[in-house]
Every structure is written in structure tokens, then in C-alpha cells.
Design a protein around this ligand. Structure first.
Ligand SMILES: *Cc1c(COP(=O)(O)O)cnc(C)c1O
Length: 395
């Protein structure tokens, strides 16, 4: 008999993409030609000057040891501070307001251990990136889901949070530009959130992984631009989406110094930091030429501007996202999102993700990613439109 796994792990549902990966493998084994608009993972390579910086650093034996700083190399934190000041106009103290992360997901998952006692609440969006709720469960906490509705621009209604929940909450998680809806938040909304944090003594955690994936020249704000934000906010950033570096595992947290210290204390007991050669490559990314970021934006924008008008021409009214590489589209034909996605996969050979996997308020939507694995992206978009068109005509 296998050793029973802990309840905290049993309670966590299987990572949803595992199911989809299984269906995909089955279809591929049957010889189907699929267009995969599923997982959001940049298909463009990491820019060469960043790869070069890694190679050079990896040949320097002084990068091979533990990074004993705990917070990340001083030069890495300086590079983050410089990037942050030029991008958002916010000054950060590299001595106490910046923490290196093994990808932002790592920091997001660990912040719950720093702040939740068993029974404490976190406030999380619905739909959402699932780590906010699974991180809560790992820490023995409970989560209250704040609905994100299209009519409110996918911004939560803070006034609708019951007072007793707000009182028992320690953390509030937000994510703009938003996965999965593609929504962006104006600075005015961040001001309201910061005020909520002050009033309820809640640490506001903002996942800003998509800050640079924005279109038509849009520059989205950081929550630290809001008045008084550093007293109650921590913001998570990642090099993954900005520089096509998902596999490299490097990101950072910035903001409230007590929160940075608490996160750091969890991390020093769990991991031993980011490989120093990867930190040096990250410095090259943050301080080097930024045309690669413009190229990344242009590539997704071109795909967005082919896919969305194509869907509209098929009679599917889908809005163009202003940011992120996700298209969030209402389900047609009165089907559940999982059934709609299954039909698109079976009959249209297009893989996309049912909105219900992101929470109950994701029901009624599907998510398409503009990251497309395969040689000819435009051909694949045409192929997807053909497959989707066939399915829609049969509804
Ligand atoms: C991709 C993603 C991240 C995690 O990125 P890392 O590779 O761990 O830095 C965090 N939040 C959201 C919403 C994401 O989609």
C-alpha cells in the first residue's frame, strides 16, 4: 500500500494543464494536426545578448557557488532598481526593498507561508492564476474569491467584500495585466486598493508578470506608483514573459521592506537563491538594449491583429486585448466552457483552455494564447480560424 500523502496535498486539484496535455497527446497520437493555443509560454527565443551573458558568466567559476547574499547579488538588485526607476519612476532601496526569485511563481507561492496562519483568509480574484489559491491552501489558510466581471473591466469590487472577511484577511492578490482575461488596471484603481490595504491592515500582493506584454505603445502602471503603496504592497515581477526566459527561472519581488524580509526568511529556509550566472544574465537583460522587448510586443501584436479580426469575421465577437498574450472569448452555443473547448479540439483541431479552469467566474469563457509553438505562426493562425469556423457553423 502506498504511503498516504498529506491532506494538504490531497486537497489540491491536479494542475489543470496536465489533463489538457493528456488529451493533446491522444489527439497527436491519432495523427491530428493541432494548433495549440493553450499554455501561455513564449515561443520566441531568449535574445542572444542575454544567452551570451549567461555563457560568459557560467565560465566564471565564482558563479558556481551558493549566492550567500540571500536577497540576490548586489549588482542584480541595483539593476532591478535602475530598471524600475526608468520604467515606473519609482525609487527602490536595493538594500531592503528587492528580493531575487527563482521565477515569480516561486515568490508568489512562498508569500502565503510568510503571512497566513491556519484559518486566515487571502482574497483572490476569480478567475485567476491558480497559485494564489493553492499557495493559500499550502499555508493552511482559506481564500475568498473576488469575482472579476466584464462589466467592471475585470476589476474586483472591493466594496462587495464582506467586512468580517476583510477583517480576517492578511493578503489580497491582484494581477494586472491579467491572466486569463487580458485586462489592465488604471492607476486610480491601484490607489483604491492601497487604501483598502491600509484600512484593513492587509498586505496587497500584485503579480505584475505581464507588465511589458502590452500593445499599441501602452505602458501599464506598477502598483507602487500609487500613493502610500510601499507601506502595504509587494509586487512580483518576472523576466519570463518580458525577455522570453520562462525556463531560466528568474524574477524578483519589490516593495514593502517588512514583506521583503518575511519572504526572504521563508526562502532562506527553502532554497539557496538563483544561480549567480543566471542573475548576471538577468542583469544583462534589464540593463542592456530593450529593442528585444519591442520585437516581442510587435510579434504578439501582429498575431493578435490577425486572430481577433479573423474570429470577428466568423461572427465571434471577441475583444482585442490591450495587454498580455491572451485572448479571452465568450463561449458560444450555450455550452459549458469545457464542452466548447472539447468540441473545438475534437472537431476543429484547435486547443484552447476552458475558462472554468481559472475559477467559477471563468465559466462562459475560453482563453486562447498568442504564443504559438510551430514553424509558421501566420499559417497556424489561419489553420486555427478554419477549424474554429467549421465548429461554429455546426453549433
Ligand atoms: C507566467 C506567470 C507567472 C510566473 O512566471 P515565472 O516564470 O514564475 O516568473 C506569474 N503570474 C502569472 C499570472 C503568469 O501568467
Amino acid at each position: 500500500m502506498p504511503v498516504p500523502i498529506a491532506l494538504r496535498l490531497q486537497r489540491i486539484p491536479p494542475y489543470p494543464f496536465e489533463e489538457i496535455a493528456k488529451i493533446k497527446a491522444k489527439k497527436l497520437a491519432q495523427g491530428a494536426k493541432l494548433v495549440d493555443l493553450g499554455i501561455g509560454d513564449p515561443d520566441l527565443p531568449t535574445p542572444p545578448h542575454i544567452v551570451e551573458a549567461l555563457c560568459e558568466a557560467a565560465h566564471d567559476p565564482s558563479t558556481h557557488a551558493y549566492d550567500e547574499s540571500g536577497f540576490g547579488l548586489p549588482a542584480f538588485r541595483e539593476a532591478v532598481a535602475q530598471w524600475y526607476r526608468s520604467r515606473f519612476g519609482v525609487a527602490l532601496d536595493p538594500g531592503c526593498e528587492i528580493q531575487s526569485l527563482i521565477g515569480s511563481k516561486e515568490g508568489i507561492a512562498h508569500i502565503f507561508l510568510a503571512y497566513l496562519n491556519p484559518g486566515d483568509y487571502s482574497l483572490v480574484p476569480d478567475p485567476r492564476y491558480m497559485v494564489y489559491s493553492t499557495g493559500t491552501m499550502f499555508a493552511g489558510g482559506s481564500y475568498y474569491q473576488m469575482p472579476l466581471d466584464a462589466q467592471r473591466g475585470y476589476l474586483p469590487d472591493l466594496a462587495a467584500i464582506p467586512p468580517d472577511v476583510a477583517r480576517n484577511a492578511r493578503l489580497l492578490f491582484l494581477n494586472y495585466p491579467n491572466n486569463p482575461t487580458g485586462a489592465v488596471a488604471p492607476l486610480g484603481f491601484f490607489n483604491e486598493v492601497v487604501e483598502f490595504g491600509h484600512r484593513n491592515n492587509v498586505l496587497v500582493c500584485h503579480d505584475c508578470a505581464y507588465s511589458e506584454v502590452a500593445y499599441d505603445g501602452l505602458r501599464v502602471p506598477s502598483i507602487l506608483q500609487a500613493e502610500g503603496a510601499k507601506e502595504v504592497c509587494i509586487e512580483f515581477h518576472s523576466l519570463s514573459k518580458t525577455y522570453n526566459m520562462t525556463g531560466w527561472r528568474v524574477g524578483f519581488a519589490v516593495g514593502n521592506k517588512e514583506a521583503i524580509a518575511a519572504l526572504s526568511k521563508v526562502k532562506t529556509n527553502v532554497d539557496s537563491g538563483v544561480f549567480m550566472a543566471v542573475q548576471r544574465a538577468a542583469i544583462a537583460a534589464l540593463t542592456g538594449p530593450q529593442d528585444c522587448v519591442k520585437q516581442m510586443q510587435a510579434a504578439y501584436q501582429e498575431r493578435r491583429d490577425r486572430l481577433v479580426p479573423g474570429l470577428n469575421a466568423l461572427g465571434w465577437q471577441v475583444p482585442k486585448p490591450k495587454a498580455t498574450f491572451y485572448v479571452w472569448a465568450p463561449v458560444l452555443g450555450g455550452l459549458a466552457s469545457a464542452d466548447f473547448a472539447a468540441r473545438l479540439l475534437d472537431q476543429g483541431n484547435v486547443l484552447l483552455i476552458p475558462g472554468s479552469l481559472y475559477g467559477s467566474h471563468g465559466e462562459g469563457f475560453v482563453r486562447m494564447s498568442l504564443t504559438i509553438k510551430g514553424p509558421e505562426k501566420t499559417d497556424l493562425i489561419e489553420q486555427a480560424l478554419t477549424g474554429i469556423g467549421q465548429v461554429l457553423r455546426g453549433l
